[in-house]
Design a protein around this ligand. Structure first.
Ligand SMILES: *Cc1c(COP(=O)(O)O)cnc(C)c1O
Ligand code: SF4
Length: 382
């Protein structure tokens, strides 16, 4: 499988399987210094400078598992770009903001962000196993000065749970962070069971990148615990086919066997996955491990992340390269997250012309459908 950890790599320290398969070992052995990183990759002078330059400003941490997916010699490796700091993180960029999507405008309690009527996000933690350089919540997760919590994350959930219970229109609660699976099972169970005790909460969702960054965390015990609180859904965050490994496939399989559907949210990132061939391989690779592509996020102009942005036209080009070319449910929805919510960025497959509807397929072939075939009332026409 692409990206499977290769034991032959001169950069891969020998790790006995009992340790390699133990997620707590990876958490303890996370790479947080140049010395440790040098055991896995040949750092370039620019990377060394960026690690030194971002120290004291942005958190840096990489699990040995994720480090093993990096190309030791290629600084443009898509896994490496997501996990090793770049000098561009510190460069000012026009229009960048720490919270361009306005999460904090919609924060109702310490942890609850209520932006859509029927669903909320619950910010569980700031911690992640790897601090992705492109994180949308970089201020909250990765910035040492930042947090969206009022005090710290240690506080109780009383106020947050009360808010959810007192708003019975909330039928969907999404645990996010940071990465909620950073918490031990027992601590997580307290949160999930308290949500389950609220009758108006129909579904619990978890947003977690552990299946990609440290799939060993997805233990049978964790899955069995979550399965006691069904319906539970999980969305993860694969960005490149290299991240689809035997270990990540096995983690997904454990979730699915416990009845937890697994979806995927990809961020369109310059230099990482901004071409059609990579995205096709990613989406079809996800289908092969039974992960359902959900969103393709346009990269927001987040402070410290702007260098990953592409144009919207690039996103359209990729969507046109997917739509009709791969299995229909392998095509994610391309969205831009704004203060008004997630807005689909639709390519022009469908438009009004004087004779009716102009339709275009994935090969660029066009047809006009007569108004009498698909009637358009006056009120329907903008
Ligand atoms: C993305 C998001 C959700 C969930 O939206 P879906 O489109 O249902 O996945 C909920 N609340 C906030 C604040 C979000 O950003
Ligand atoms: S795991 Fe998710 S929340 Fe954590 S740093 Fe990566 S993108 Fe951000």
């Amino acid at each position: 499988m692409p990206g499977s950890t290769s034991p032959e790599s001169p950069f891969r320290p020998h790790v006995p399987p009992e340790q390699w398969n133990d997620w707590r070992w990876h958490m303890r052995k996370r790479i947080t210094s140049l010395d440790k990183a040098r055991q896995w990759i040949r750092l370039t002078p620019e990377e060394e400078k960026a690690v030194a330059g971002t120290a004291g400003k942005y958190r840096w941490s990489v699990t040995p598992y994720y480090a093993s997916l990096m190309d030791p010699d290629d600084p443009t490796c898509p896994v490496r770009l997501q996990a090793v700091p770049s000098p561009a993180e510190l460069a000012p960029h026009p229009g960048s903001e720490v919270d361009p999507v306005g999460d904090m405008l919609y924060r109702k309690t310490n942890r609850v962000v209520h932006k859509y009527r029927d669903r909320v996000i619950l910010l569980v933690t700031e911690a992640c196993p790897v601090y992705c350089r492109h994180c949308t919540r970089k201020f909250h997760t990765t910035d040492l000065d930042g947090t969206y919590f009022r005090d710290d994350e240690g506080g109780d959930y009383d106020e947050d749970l009360r808010y959810i219970a007192e708003h019975p229109e909330i039928r969907d609660v999404l645990l996010t962070g940071g990465d909620p699976l950073s918490y031990p099972d027992g601590r997580l169970e307290k949160i999930v069971s308290a949500l389950r005790a609220i009758p108006s909460v129909e579904i619990v969702r978890i947003g977690s990148r552990f299946p990609v960054l440290l799939p060993q965390r997805i233990t049978d015990e964790l899955c069995a615990m979550l399965a006691r609180y069904h319906p539970v859904w999980l969305n993860t965050h694969f960005n490149h086919p290299k991240e689809i490994t035997e270990e990540s496939a096995a983690a997904v399989d454990r979730l699915l066997r416990h009845g937890i559907p697994v979806g995927n949210q990809t961020v369109l990132l310059r230099g990482v996955n901004d071409d059609v061939a990579t995205m096709r391989a990613l989406m079809t690779g996800l289908l092969a491990i039974r992960v359902r592509p959900y969103y393709l996020y346009h990269c927001d102009n987040v402070t410290g992340v702007s260098h990953f942005m592409t144009s919207v036209e690039k996103g359209w080009e990729i969507m046109e390269g997917l739509q009709g070319h791969i299995t229909g449910f392998g095509v994610p929805q391309y969205v831009l997250t704004t203060t008004l919510g997630k807005i689909p960025v639709a390519p022009p497959y469908f438009s009004h012309v004087p004779d009716g509807l102009l339709l275009r397929n994935h090969r660029g072939q066009e047809m006009v459908v007569d108004r009498r075939v698909h009637p358009i009332t006056e009120a329907d026409v903008p």
